[in-house]
Design a protein around this ligand. Structure first.
Ligand code: SF4
Length: 244
C-alpha cells in the first residue's frame, strides 16, 4: 500500500465513522481555550476541566489574570502538573495579550508563540480550533499514532511529524484530522498496549502489517517442522549416521 493510499483509507474511515471531532477541553471563548491548552501540557484534559471552572469564574478575562500574582493563580491550579511554571506562564501570557494584542487572542502561529507558555503545539491548537486554520498540532498521541499507522516516516520530532502530515492531508480536513488522531491514540492506539484487534483501521496500519507478517513467519517456521525428524538432527547413537 502506498502512503497516499494509506492516507486516503484512514481519513475516509475517520470522516465516515467519526465525523465531527472536537477538543475535550471545556471553554467558552478563545482566551479560556488558550488558558486550558497551556494547562493541559503533560496533564489530562479531564484534570484541566476539573480545575478551570473556578479559575475562570474568579478570573474571567486576560485583564483579570494579568493583574493577579503567579502565587494566587497557583492556588487555583495546584492539582495540575507543573503548577508553579504554569501559573507564571498564565500571568505572563495574559500580560502580553493585554499589552500587545489588546486582549484578543491572535490567530497567527508566529504571534501566538511569542507569548509565555505558548509553544508550537499550543499555537497550532488555537489557530486550528478557534480560527479553523489548516495547522496540525502534534501532541504525544498524534506523534505516536501517525508513526505507527505509517502516515509519517522516520519523524524524529513533532515538527517533522507536523510537516509530513500537512503535506498529505487535504487542508479542509487538517483541523478534524488532529482530533481524529488524538481520539484514536487516547482510546484505541494506546501508548503501551495498542488495541490492534479491535482497531477499525488496522487494515491500513503499517504497524499492524508488521505484526501480521511476523505472525505469518512464525506460523511458517512452525509448519515447516517435520514431526518425524524433530529432535533427530543429531547423530544417532545406534546407527552412527545422521538422521535426515
Ligand atoms: S492497528 Fe494497532 S498500531 Fe495500528 S492504529 Fe490500530 S491500534 Fe494502532
Amino acid at each position: 500500500m502506498t502512503k497516499q493510499e494509506r492516507y486516503i483509507h484512514v481519513l475516509n474511515y475517520f470522516e465516515t465513522h467519526v465525523g465531527l471531532a472536537e477538543t475535550e477541553l471545556a471553554y467558552n471563548n478563545p482566551f479560556e481555550l488558550l488558558v486550558a491548552v497551556i494547562l493541559s501540557a503533560q496533564c489530562t484534559d479531564k484534570r484541566v476541566n476539573l480545575t478551570t471552572p473556578k479559575l475562570f469564574k474568579d478570573y474571567p478575562t486576560a485583564e483579570a489574570i494579568a493583574a493577579a500574582s503567579p502565587e494566587t493563580i497557583f492556588t487555583y491550579i495546584r492539582s495540575i502538573s507543573y503548577p508553579n511554571n504554569k501559573a507564571k506562564h498564565l500571568v505572563g501570557m495574559a500580560n502580553m495579550l493585554v499589552k500587545d494584542f489588546n486582549g484578543i487572542v491572535p490567530g497567527n502561529v508566529e504571534e501566538l508563540v511569542k507569548m509565555p507558555g505558548v509553544g508550537r503545539k499550543t499555537a497550532n491548537v488555537i489557530a486550528s480550533v478557534i480560527y479553523n486554520k489548516p495547522t496540525m498540532a502534534v501532541d504525544t498521541h498524534v506523534f505516536r499514532v501517525s508513526n505507527r499507522i505509517g502516515l509519517t516516516t522516520n519523524a524524529k520530532n513533532p515538527l517533522q511529524s507536523e510537516k509530513q502530515l500537512i503535506k498529505f492531508i487535504p487542508e479542509e480536513l487538517v483541523p478534524k484530522a488532529h482530533h481524529w488522531l488524538i481520539l484514536h491514540g487516547r482510546y484505541i492506539c494506546l501508548a503501551r498496549k495498542p488495541k490492534c484487534d479491535e482497531c477499525p483501521i488496522k487494515l491500513y496500519c503499517k504497524y499492524f502489517e508488521k505484526i501480521i507478517l511476523k505472525q505469518k513467519k512464525q506460523t511458517t517456521v512452525t509448519l515447516n517442522i517435520n514431526p518425524k525428524s524433530y529432535g533427530k538432527e543429531k547423530t544417532s547413537k545406534k546407527s552412527g549416521k545422521k538422521a535426515g
